[in-house]
Design a protein around this ligand. Structure first.
Ligand SMILES: Nc1ncnc2c1ncn2[C@@H]1O[C@H](COP(=O)(O)OP(=O)(O)OP(=O)(O)O)[C@@H](O)[C@H]1O
Ligand SMILES: [Mg+2]
Length: 366
């Protein structure tokens, strides 16, 4: 799916704007605080009905207004004439209500929209994907599994897992008797086994693509993706470990192992890169992950968004990134921002539209 146009009304500092996008690359340039990230957030919000940073909806309305509205038109990647979806969102702060329609029908299930728009969004703060705990990385892993594997089944499994963990933790906190865990342990073992199988299948294909892309990005040969299922892979079956950990879990009051604790780590040989790699190196690895997902989702025409595309990168790496986009991802629609218009010198003429962003106003330049 490609995004054809977006009308934005009172979203953050963008008061009123109508934009038509290029099917390949869209560059937005402007000074700090002009509204570039806000625009990208509006694109993401229109397809996910939530902010990419999990910001509360009330913060997204322009501070002087009561209502924001977004109208997005999208078309299929191989037919740029026919509008496939017209997504219309309207949020009123005073009424505390979000009206969300797709093709004039109320959106009942957000996942039915999200599934159609796999968006890879690289923003500067995402560096925490490497630096912080596993929850962000798990989200990223689940994003890939959701879009590449059978999405509906996987969402159901994850909901089931969260429900089971919540109930088990309640019993653990109450220090319930062992037999009261029988039912929850049984379903917990089943669901973790199932989620692990789907994740493993996905990791196998992701690792292959990651290896290929890391070569194109000229990254270290030793870089690997290491999957941790949520329990010790060398310590016997999950079932055995669950019972071995029971006493400790009772003391702590939560389930210390299971698919809800899974992780996907990027390592150089067997060393974590969080404390040794530079910011530029980390950004290149994140880009490698993003491009790998982009490749895997090729037949769904994924969208790539890179906020502040050149920050942290030297000239050589910037060239590598743009060469890769040109040679391998010619069919993806890409949105990038930068503080300077010279960013378009990296792109072939005719392959892009350029927009200037200033004080929340967005003007198409080319
Ligand atoms: N709800 C809101 N109403 C009005 N203005 C807002 C709202 N939320 C954020 N802003 C303002 O929008 C401005 C632009 O923010 P944005 O993050 O898009 O800038 P940017 O162009 O990405 O800058 P940078 O280059 O520094 O990343 C900020 O000054 C911010 O205060
Ligand atoms: Mg920004």
């Amino acid at each position: 799916m490609k995004i054809n146009s977006l009308n934005i009304y009172n979203f953050r500092n963008i008061k009123n704007t109508s934009l038509e996008f290029h099917s390949k690359i869209n560059c937005f340039y402007g000074n700090n605080a002009s509204g570039k990230t806000n625009l990208l957030e509006a694109i993401y919000y229109s397809t996910h009905l939530k902010s990419f940073k999990d910001i509360k909806i009330s913060k997204l309305i322009n501070i002087e207004s009561d209502v924001f509205a977004l109208l997005m038109k999208t078309y299929s990647a191989d037919n740029d004439r026919e509008c496939v979806n017209e997504i219309k969102l309207k949020y009123s702060k005073s009424a505390k209500s979000l009206k969300a329609n797709c093709n004039h029908q109320k959106i009942e299930k957000v996942s039915s929209i999200v599934r159609q728009y796999p968006i890879l969004f690289l923003y500067p703060e995402l560096i925490k994907l490497i630096d912080l705990g596993p929850s962000q990385r798990r989200k990223f892993l689940d994003f890939g599994v959701f879009h590449v594997e059978h999405s509906d089944n996987y969402s159901v499994l994850i909901k089931k897992l969260n429900y089971i963990v919540k109930n088990r933790n309640t019993l653990l906190k109450k220090k319930s008797k062992t037999n009261e865990f029988d039912y929850w342990n049984e379903v917990f073992i089943d669901v973790c086994g199932e989620i692990n199988r789907v994740r493993l299948r996905y990791i196998e294909i992701l690792s292959k693509v990651f290896g290929e892309i890391s070569k194109s990005l000229q990254l270290s040969d030793n870089i690997i993706l290491e999957y941790y299922p949520g329990w010790n892979i060398k310590g016997g079956s999950f079932e055995e470990q669950l019972y071995q950990n029971h006493k400790r879990d009772l003391i702590n009051g939560y389930s210390s192992i299971g698919s809800h604790r899974a992780d996907l780590r990027i390592k150089d040989d067997s060393n974590a890169i969080d404390q040794t790699y530079s910011r530029g190196q980390k950004k290149m690895f994140l880009l490698c992950l993003m491009f790998s997902h982009l490749k895997l989702l090729e037949n769904k025409s994924p969208i790539l968004i890179i906020d502040d595309v050149r920050s942290e990168l030297d000239k050589k790496n910037i060239k590598i990134i743009f060469d890769l986009i040109k040679n391998k991802f010619n069919n993806s629609q890409i949105f990038i921002t930068d503080v300077d218009e010279s960013v378009v010198s990296e792109i072939e003429e005719g392959d892009y539209s350029m927009f200037h962003v200033e004080h929340g106003k967005i003007i198409k330049k080319l």
